[in-house]
Structures are given as structure tokens and as C-alpha cells.
Design a protein around this ligand. Structure first.
Ligand code: UT7
Length: 323
């Protein structure tokens, strides 16, 4: 069987920074509350940039890093819950702007698990033969659907995009994936149907039962990571880098504890970007690479959870030589 893995990676975040102190002036909150409950200190907020704008920036870096031409891409998948428009797919806008003229394009909606879902799809497309390079992008601008007068959500989210080129690898590449969903919990985290004229104020904004999502996340992050490692036949102690969805440091710490990982093996950037939804894992992976924390042959575990409720985990052998 053909092996498939990540050949190049990149990320992009908007320049605009929104700190906890800025939020103190907007809602009844404090830097102390946000820091201790979430680990977030600041987040990046788009100032006019759309999801496709950030996706294009991240994807250009991933394409250059993989040393392919845009025309070498056979498919563009954008994992997002904040598409520029209801249709066409954001992936089509990105495909056009990148010049991926030979590629098909579609969006995938799995909330913050979206990048791992798309990575799974891309891996199977490449392994099946006809697709040589699949561009996988996780991109979201949650600020567009965040109510900045609601302290229970507005302190959590940020904007960004991360991208990876998935293609044939000489090494083992993606070892295993594990995707799941519990649609019965879907109303714990949702966006009421968007309409041009929203029936009520809340129709345009994220609704979340934070503590329900928290309990789900603490359980599923550990469960999903252990299951994907079992499928990959990798012992938790052999994981070199754990790259979890960056939603809340307490959730990350609980998952790392379940795996018995020491702090040096856990990548955290939630303090800088908050929860960037589908972009969170690829941004973290790309930053980890940029910081020299990934060596060829390292075993990396990705795990995320999000709207759906969904979860997704992947175990892979890192292919790309050190940054
Ligand atoms: O990618 C998936 C997206 N969603 C998530 O990852 C969310 C998962 N959930 C969480 O991360 C946590 O549940 C939160 C960070 C959202 C909340 O933390 P918590 O420890 O579960 O707090 P809580 O919701 O139980 O609220 C505790 C208190 C409440 O006050 P009372 O009722 O105890 O008086 C809230 O009203 O904290 C209050 N509170 C705040 N206070 C200051 C809620 N938000 C804030 C805030 N600043 N921003």
C-alpha cells in the first residue's frame, strides 16, 4: 500500500491582537479569570480578513514548503465552520486564488476536529492512488460569529489558518486515524441558522454549554488519543510530540495526564491564539515545526474535539527534515 503523510506545512494569523486586558474593558471579566480557567492570554482577530484570505496565506506557505507547484495539487479541502459564503465552498475560492487549476475543491464541516477529519480523508485519497497531492487547510474566523458582549464565549476564540500538503511518502507517514461523532450532544455547541435577517440577536452567534463541552472534551481527548495509538501500535511513551487542539490548557493537561506524557512532549500555544477552531491543530503543528521541535522520524499525535460533537485523532511519523 502507498504511504501518505505530510510533505509541507504552513500557517497564518491576522496581525490584530486582542488581549485579556482589552476584554476586561469590553465585558465583566478579568485577566486572572481567563488565564486560570483557560490558559489564554491573547488571541488574533481578523480586521477585514476572511476565512479564505487566511487559508490562502497558510496554503501558499505549505505549498512552498512541500516544494510543489499549485498545479500539482489534485484536491483542496478546507475544514471550516466559518465559510466566506454559504456557497460556493471556501475551498473553491482558495483553489482559484492559489492557481490549483487541476484540483477539485470542497469544504468539510467538523468544527475544531475539522483538520484531523480532512487529514484522514486526504490520507485515504492519496493511498487510493489517483490523488498525488491533497491540500488540507483548517481555517476559521470565529470572531465573525462571536458575540463580544457574551463573556462566556468571547474570551475563548481567535482567528487563523493552518495548511498541510498530503502526498506519497517514503517513510510511514500517517500511521492511524480515529474519527468519531456524538450528534446527540450537538446542541452543546452550535450556531443557529444564519440568515440575512436574523430572527433574534443570538441567531448570528455561537451558542455553547461550556461545562458540558468541557466534560466531553476531558474524556474524549484522552480516549481518542489512546485509541489512535492502539491502532498505530505505538505505546504512549513512544510519542515524541503531542499536538492537541488548543481550546483550554486544563483540557490539554488532563489529556496529557491520561497519556502519562511529560510536559516537554506537549505542544501548547493556546496562550497566544486562544481557540482557533479548525485552524488550531495545524497552526500548532506548523509552529512546533518552525521552532525545531519536530525531527524526521518523530512520532506525532494530533487530537481534537469540537462542534458536532466530533473528535478526531491521528498518529503519524514526521517526514519533513528539521526546520
Ligand atoms: O473547541 C470547542 C470549543 N469549546 C470549548 O472548548 C469550551 C470548553 N469549556 C471550557 O473551556 C470551560 O467550560 C469554560 C472556560 C468555557 C468555562 O470554565 P468553567 O470552569 O467551566 O466555568 P463555568 O462555566 O462553570 O463558570 C464559572 C463561573 C460562572 O459564575 P458563577 O455562576 O459561578 O457565579 C460564570 O458566570 O465563571 C463565570 N464566568 C466568567 N467570569 C469571568 C464565565 N465566563 C466568565 C468570564 N469572566 N469570561
Amino acid at each position: 500500500m502507498t504511504n501518505a503523510g505530510i510533505l509541507g506545512i504552513g500557517y497564518a494569523v491576522p496581525d490584530g491582537v486582542l488581549t485579556n486586558h482589552d476584554l476586561e474593558r469590553m465585558v465583566d471579566t478579568s485577566d486572572e479569570w481567563i488565564t486560570t480557567r483557560t490558559g489564554i492570554k491573547e488571541r488574533r482577530i481578523a480586521n477585514g480578513e476572511t476565512t479564505s484570505d487566511l487559508a490562502v496565506l497558510a496554503a501558499k506557505k505549505a505549498i512552498a514548503h512541500a516544494r510543489i507547484a499549485p498545479q500539482d495539487s489534485d484536491m483542496v479541502i478546507v475544514a471550516t465552520i466559518t465559510p466566506d459564503m454559504a456557497f460556493p465552498a471556501t475551498a473553491c475560492l482558495v483553489q482559484d486564488r492559489l492557481g490549483c487549476t487541476r484540483a477539485g475543491a470542497f469544504d468539510l464541516s467538523a468544527g475544531c476536529s475539522g483538520f484531523v477529519y480532512a487529514l484522514d480523508v486526504a490520507t485515504h485519497m492519496v493511498r487510493s492512488g489517483p490523488y498525488r497531492h491533497v491540500l488540507v487547510i483548517g481555517a476559521d474566523t470565529l470572531s465573525a460569529i462571536t458575540d463580544f458582549s457574551d463573556r462566556s464565549t468571547c474570551v475563548l476564540f481567535g482567528d487563523g489558518a493552518g495548511a498541510a500538503v498530503v502526498g506519497q511518502t517514503e517513510g510511514r507517514g500517517v500511521l492511524a486515524t480515529y474519527l468519531g461523532a456524538d450528534g446527540g450532544q450537538g446542541m452543546s455547541l452550535y450556531l443557529p441558522r444564519e440568515r440575512a435577517e436574523a430572527a433574534s440577536h443570538k441567531d448570528g452567534f455561537i451558542q455553547m454549554a461550556g461545562s458540558d463541552v468541557f466534560k466531553f472534551a476531558v474524556r474524549i481527548m484522552g480516549d481518542a488519543a489512546l485509541e489512535v495509538l492502539r491502532r498505530a501500535a505505538v505505546a504512549p511513551e513512544d510519542v515524541d510530540l503531542f499536538v492537541p487542539h488548543q481550546a483550554n490548557i486544563r483540557i490539554i493537561d488532563a489529556a496529557a495526564k491520561r497519556l502519562g506524557l511529560d510536559g516537554r512532549k506537549i505542544f501548547v500555544n493556546v496562550h497566544k491564539y486562544g481557540n482557533t477552531s479548525a485552524a488550531s491543530i495545524p497552526i500548532a503543528l506548523a509552529e512546533a515545526y518552525e521552532q525545531g521541535r519536530l525531527n524526521k522520524g518523530d512520532i506525532v499525535t494530533l487530537v481534537g474535539f469540537g462542534a458536532g460533537l466530533t473528535w478526531g485523532a491521528a498518529a503519524l511519523e514526521w517526514e519533513v527534515p528539521k526546520a
